[in-house]
Ligand binder design. Structure first.
Ligand SMILES: [Zn+2]
Length: 529
């Protein structure tokens, strides 16, 4: 996702909790969720929802007890469970501490379907509110682990499943949700049933519904994938105009990375706590993203990039969220580079670099920070901007051809699945034939970046160049491009830096007019005086 003001500036309060702990989610040992069907009834008189979740589970051995997340009722909010069935029989279950624990009967076969009947008022996850135009609306806003407020589920991205929503709501609402619309029926009591089904496995963090009055329009079909805009009727023409770039972005990523994984690509104006939330095939953009001035192309590119990275090839563990956010950040830059040229890449990376320096001053931590246990805290300048910079450096290290081949191979191997940083590294090593251990260690698992103090002189047909790394905790190893400016012409020569301090000599006939470090923006470093 994109933070609400990430395009301008944002303040991030970052608290590091605990010691080495990592993602602490308790995974089910033998149950693998295959599909969810969520039957939900919404109404206008209260914020209470009535739900029945039909959950098909594969057991990899003899069926053992397994758990689903659901926030239980306390005070006004939370869910009450009334029944849990296996087929049509009540099963043993407990519902405590926001976990439904189900014990399958011992004669259960390996694939079983459970039904959980529940109701209550969700405090979060399903945002029941009014739009900025004062109209009642319901929007799913699950990232990272808010699905459990309204959908009984394994609310962690390691276990993805196909999704079907069957939404019953007063008939004046338009309904959009994850998946392809397969039914819309007016019932005889003033309600309407709308069904959406997504066969591809989806993580609960990116499952959504939008129930509001919408103006909706097909923007274009891109390789048979309908690209649509769903906006508030008050914003109809501006919204259609702002979101129409989505079809260009989709085409760029399909052409360069690989096939799109979902039934459709809806772009939805929504109530979301984020600037954008990359819900699979049904992206939410914050209400004020619509201006009619086409100002959100970068945001749209970021959220669409997530459909490949984060949604389809999904981090298996919250501490590896850079595989989602760093990729979305850099692939949005790659898209913009393809449209506006290389200067755009440099501009975006320069803005990101500034944020990285500021953030590092307050939070000296690595991109993969195993001390973080709360998924909300994995979002930072490190996992977005710095991780984007790491991909920029990896691209330069391998060259464009091998970088893109590696990206395509990684996506092909982990499409609709889960991956860790080591999986990505393995693919890039296989494709490039290069050992990337040191690169991954220093850029992803080590804090900081080279802080370089340097000067140069010219003497007897040689440039003398002193390069010193000032940071104490680690000596980085990297290629450094030196731009030599003579008579308005730029020549680039590359030095390999692997010591704390070194003087290099570069032979040249005449004294250059200027020397610049890294003129093409391929290295994350800070120039120090
Ligand atoms: Zn994102």
């Amino acid at each position: 996702m994109a933070k609400k003001f990430s395009l301008i500036l944002f303040l991030l309060v970052f608290v590091v909790i605990g010691l080495k702990a990592q993602d602490t989610y308790q995974r089910n040992s033998s149950a693998d969720i295959q599909s969810y069907i969520f039957n939900l009834s919404l109404n206008d008189s209260t914020n209470q929802i009535e739900g029945e979740a039909e959950i098909t589970v594969d057991f990899n051995a003899a069926p053992k007890a397994f758990a689903l997340d659901l926030i239980g009722k306390s005070n006004a909010f939370g869910m009450k469970v009334t029944h849990v069935f296996e087929d049509d029989n009540e099963v043993n279950y407990t519902f405590e501490n926001n976990k439904i624990k189900i014990t399958p009967p011992s004669d259960s076969t390996q694939t079983r379907t459970y039904k959980v009947a529940y109701h209550g008022i969700p405090e979060r996850g399903l945002v029941i509110d009014t739009t900025k135009f004062g109209k009642r609306s319901f929007f799913g806003d699950n990232w990272p682990n808010l699905a459990r407020h309204w959908l009984p589920s394994v609310d962690h991205p390691y276990d993805k499943a196909s999704i079907e929503f069957r939404i019953t709501a007063p008939e004046h609402y338009d309904v959009v949700a994850t998946g392809e619309k397969i039914e819309e029926s007016y019932l005889d009591d003033g309600h309407k049933l709308t069904i959406y089904k997504e066969p591809a496995p989806v993580a609960m963090k990116v499952v959504t519904i939008g129930v509001a009055q919408f103006a909706s329009r097909l923007i274009e079909e891109v390789y048979d994938i309908p690209v649509t805009a769903w906006v508030y009727p008050e914003n109809r023409l501006d919204g259609f105009s702002d979101y129409s770039v989505a079809s260009e972005v989709l085409k760029y990523f399909i052409d360069n990375i690989g096939p799109y994984s979902y039934a459709k690509l809806a772009n939805m104006q929504a109530k979301t706590q984020w600037g954008g939330l990359e819900n699979a095939g049904t992206i939410s953009y914050f209400e004020n993203s619509v201006t009619g001035k086409n100002e959100v192309e970068g945001l749209i590119a970021h959220e669409i990039a997530h459909q490949w990275f984060g949604n389809s090839a999904t981090e298996n563990d919250w501490n590896h969220v850079w595989l989602s956010e760093g990729f979305a950040t850099y692939f949005a830059i790659l898209y913009q580079e393809s449209v506006y040229g290389d200067e755009k890449r440099k501009e975006e990376l320069a803005l990101d670099r500034k944020q990285i320096f500021e953030y590092y001053g307050k939070n000296p931590s690595p991109i993969i920070d195993l001390s973080i246990t709360d998924p909300l805290k994995v979002l930072s300048v490190n996992t977005y901007q710095k991780a984007g910079w790491v991909l920029n450096m990896l691209r330069h290290k391998l060259g464009d051809g091998i970088f893109w081949e590696g990206i395509r191979t990684y996506y092909k191997r982990f499409q609709n699945a889960n991956a860790m940083t080591a999986d990505f590294r393995k693919v890039m090593e296989e494709v490039s034939g290069t050992d990337l251990k040191a690169f991954f260690e220093q850029w992803l698992y080590t804090k900081g970046y080279p802080e370089i103090k340097w000067d140069w002189n010219y003497h007897n047909g040689k440039i003398g160049l002193n390069i010193e790394q000032l940071q104490d905790h680690h000596i980085f190893q990297f290629p450094l491009e030196i731009g030599i400016v003579s008579k308005g012409k730029l020549d680039i020569t590359t030095l390999q830096i692997d010591e704390k301090s070194k003087t290099f000599e570069i032979p040249i006939t005449d004294k250059p007019d200027a020397i610049v470090l890294d003129p093409e923006s391929w290295l994350l470093f800070e120039e120090k005086k």
